[in-house]
Design a binder for this molecule. Structure first.
Ligand code: MSP
Length: 661
């Protein structure tokens, strides 16, 4: 019999900065569901990827002096490295720069145009450059700034294509209010009231102000605006209107799209409208979760985000506590729909209470007792007692409950349920007092029964936990002597699966207890240092200049490499601002070699008068470039400081043209 398909997706992430714990939630949650469904025997397609086009990327790449593709390639590698580190089992990774995706998006755009749902018009409104979004006045925040990033917006106007939303308003309202598409459903009314009732506005779906996007095939100069490009990924990755893949028939419609609340509107309204316009079936569920937040200095909970400079580095945490602890913590803390506060202390206490004391202790105590009293192999002769029935029925009750919660995308509850089983098992140890039974030879059959029941409970709970903590659970199976067959899904709803004479193997401590006070100090020091560096970088970026990143040396060079750079003393003869640029100054220098012109990005820190007559250091043998159309023959040396750029001036007594080494 062929397996039933199951298709689950994360959003595709902007590779505009390195990933952080905030990005991990959706991906780890989807991974857990994907693994659970695979365990249940489904044929799973788990898709994730990166959303690589748009103005922000184009700008960041230009600042870094590389092409947009070169820029995203580096960050995409970081995302993929993190997913590997977090043991994410995605089946497919889509990059919106992949040729097949670009081709499909062009066809989708044309198709929507041919069907009369896309038309050409003009857009004017308040535009937030960092968020690449136009906002209506009523959407702006209380200071008249962008409601997403709270930075100033500016009036902008451009010729653009629009997607007609109004024909779908009624169907979308029904989808949100009368079906269980949206999870949690409590959010449906807010969407209806804010966006549908006031009249669904047509969506601007092309841009002419930047180039880094999918070109509109039938109108040069227009690129497809990010949401049509981004949302389409869920179908192009399956091969919709392309030949790169051929799973569309099998996997569409998606079973679950999971997203955070900031992009709920796009997935709850625009995506269904696009699919309706293309006459495609709608996804079955949209699961919306809140943010992983951090406490700000003033005590409020704020979204963890790169642009707020308060990100937590998952590599650092993973290295200290193991990726499964991090996975468990973020999954266990976040209820679907609500925010969850991240703090080192909450995380460590959670790891200690649930993983070290709860589950880890259950495994180590049970295995140690089997080892101590029976040399590791349980005798087949066992004596049951009435108390076992209740224990067994609690453990057997876990599977249907966990199945239900996973199907409802309620991962926190699924984990809570499994831990009810773990706690019950620890209680069973207290109730049966195996250490007392072990002292009395006549009680050995009873002791064997108790330990066997415990091993069975560990078998079932660990198998249920495996989709959530996939790295550690195989180690548990090794310790309790369970085979791959024993932990299969079909064996989790019954007892007496382990062999009667099962042999255990004492192993490493699964979740070492954390010394919270000591760790908090150490971790806070690392994280604070990182956050300060991120914030310094951010404020430097806001000033439009290079970052004050933590000191990271470039690869070592030899003296011969260094000798290739000619640094000479030069004097500024005259200086003026470069037209149409806030950043650039054009300097005429006496370099002792007949003079030269250099353009430098220091206009925000120096006025021409500050420089004229001063001596400075010139990189004299740099290949000439044009900056804003002006020739620049070399570069002047300056330092990046937290207060901006500072030119390195040279003592007036040093003659012009002197070589610096
Ligand atoms: N590229 C779009 C999504 C397009 S999907 C067709 C995008 N990218 S993003 O990188 O900015 O964010 C991706 C997802 O990560 C969003 O759901 C976003 O809310 C989520 N998160 C980013 N920071 C987060 C937290 N601190 N907490 C939880 N999720 C967060 O939006």
């Amino acid at each position: 019999m062929s397996k039933k398909p199951f298709y689950i997706t994360t959003p595709i992430y902007y590779p505009s900065g390195n990933p952080h714990i905030g990005h991990c939630y959706t991906t780890v949650a989807c991974d857990s569901i994907a693994r659970y469904k695979r365990m249940q025997g489904y044929d799973v397609m788990f898709l994730t990827g990166t959303d690589e086009h748009g103005l922000k990327i184009e700008q960041k790449a230009a600042e870094a002096g590389v092409s947009p593709k070169e820029y995203v390639d580096v960050i995409v590698e970081q995302f993929q490295k993190l997913w590997k580190y977090m043991n994410i089992s995605y089946d497919r990774y889509i990059r919106t720069t992949d040729d097949y995706h670009v081709e499909s998006v062009q066809k989708i755009f044309k198709e929507l145009y041919d069907r009369g749902y896309i038309y050409k018009g003009e857009y004017s409104g308040k535009y937030c450059t960092p968020c690449e979004s136009f906002w209506t006045d009523s959407q702006l925040d209380e200071n008249g700034c962008c409601p997403e990033c709270h930075r100033p917006v500016k009036f902008a106007k451009e010729e653009a294509y629009f997607f007609k939303m109004s024909p779908f308003a009624e169907r979308i309202e029904k989808l949100l209010t009368e079906t269980d598409y949206l999870r949690p459903k409590t959010r449906a009314q807010e969407l209806v009231n804010n966006f549908i009732k006031p009249g669904l506005e047509d969506l601007c779906v092309s841009r002419t102000t930047f180039k880094w996007g999918v070109p509109v095939t039938f109108d040069e100069g227009h690129v497809v605006y990010v949401w049509i490009d981004a949302l389409s990924n869920y179908i192009t990755a399956l091969g919709y209107l392309n030949d790169a893949h051929s799973d569309f028939e099998k996997f569409w419609p998606a079973d679950v799209h999971m997203v955070a609340k900031d992009i709920m509107r796009f997935h709850a309204i625009i995506w269904p409208a696009m699919l309706m316009a293309l006459e495609l079936p709608l996804p079955k569920h949209l699961a919306v979760h809140g943010y992983i937040t951090m406490q700000s200095k003033s005590g409020e909970s704020v979204k963890m985000s790169k642009s707020l400079g308060n990100v937590v580095d998952p590599f650092i945490l993973g290295e200290r506590y193991g990726c499964d602890s991090i996975r468990y913590h973020i999954l266990r803390e976040m209820a679907l729909g609500a925010d969850s506060l991240f703090s080192n202390e909450i995380m460590m206490n959670r790891i200690n209470s649930d993983l070290a004391n709860g589950f880890g202790n259950l495994v180590s105590r049970t295995v140690a007792m089997a080892d101590k009293y029976f040399g590791g192999t349980l005798p087949a002769e066992r004596e049951a007692a009435a108390i076992d029935d209740d224990f067994r029925s609690v453990i057997l009750g876990l599977l249907p409950e966990v199945d239900k919660y996973v199907d409802e995308t309620k991962i926190k509850q699924a984990l809570e349920t499994i831990f009810e089983g773990v706690n019950r098992a620890n209680k069973y140890i207290d109730e049966t007092e195996p250490w007392k039974l072990g002292k009395d030879e006549a009680m050995k059959p009873r002791l064997a029964a108790v330990l066997y029941n415990l091993l069975e409970a560990i078998r079932i709970t660990s198998a249920l936990l495996a989709p959530f903590m996939p790295t550690t659970m195989p180690k548990v199976w090794e310790q309790i002597g369970a085979s791959a067959e024993d932990v299969k899904y079909e064996n989790l709803g019954r007892f007496d699966v382990l062999p009667a004479d099962v042999t255990v193997h004492k192993g490493e401590i699964l979740f070492p207890r954390i010394d919270v006070d000591k760790e908090i100090d150490e971790l806070n020091a690392i994280l604070t240092k990182n956050m300060e560096a991120a914030q310094a970088k951010l404020s430097a970026e806001e000033k439009g200049e290079e970052s004050a990143a933590p000191i990271e040396l470039a690869p070592e060079i030899t003296i011969d490499d260094f000798a290739k750079v000619e640094i000479r003393v030069a004097k500024v003869i005259s200086c003026e601002k470069v037209k149409k640029s806030d950043k650039l100054l054009c300097l005429q220098l006496d370099d002792g070699m007949g003079g030269r012109q250099v353009v430098s990005g220091i206009a925000q820190y120096y006025s021409p008068e500050d420089l004229i007559g001063k001596k400075l250091q010139l990189i004299a043998n740099l290949k000439p470039v044009k900056l804003r159309g002006v020739d620049s023959n070399g570069m002047i040396c300056a330092a990046d400081t937290p207060d901006g750029i500072k030119v390195i001036f040279v003592d007036d007594s040093i003659p012009v043209g002197s070589k610096i080494r």
